[in-house]
Design a protein. Sequence first.
Length: 262
Amino acid sequence: MTVNRHLGEGTLQALLDGGLPPGERPAAEAHLAACGECAAAARELRALNERAAALLAQGDVPAPVAQAQMSLRARRARRSTHWGDARQALLRAAVLVLALAGVAAAAVPGSPVRAWIEQAVLPAKKETLPLAGRAPAPPAQPQAAPSAPTGVSIRPDAGAVRVVLTGASPRLRVTARLVDGDRASVLARGGARAGARFRTAPGRIEVVDAGAGEIEVEIPRAARSATVEVNGRVRVAKDGDSLRVPAPAGAPGGGPAVRVEG
């Protein structure tokens, strides 16, 4: 045996069991005395054997039978030279012995055999802990999709379009713009769509009781004339190829705000 190589788990187990062949024992003991890593592995293995034997004794498993099973598994693992892999082999051997001799005991909640299996073999459960000093984040709330606008559209009557808003909220915002095409339309967005009612007639769109929100008015460029009336006053008029606001944008008393685009 080459003394500068680490002893495999099977060799260590056979040495502890007294089952190492006489021709190998002196060299193994000499290596164990000189190698701190193998000495530590032997101590860990001895402690593991003692713990397994104690637990098996609590489960009324005959010690000679358990020891014979463990030794058999150890001799099969003697080719291993890596202690980490060998330790896993020993744990699997211990579990096999427990399964053969103490299945009922290991299945009982609170059993020391069961606790040993869970601690030595099963992977530890990972728990995510909140960061110190930081409260857990509240669950995300689903965001409601924005409400689709409501509205109507008409064709000009003899080239004329008239849009009339009655009962409009003072917090209403009205935007008028020129568009390409041959139809005039009115769209209500936000709070304006909640109570607004639409009425149409040839060349006329009427919006009743538009609440706080937005009203968008689209007027065809090709229209000969067009007006937007808000609460009885003409607030937007088509003048040639543009729109104008003949009255102040804000009505007396803080009425609906009106603006034009294009």
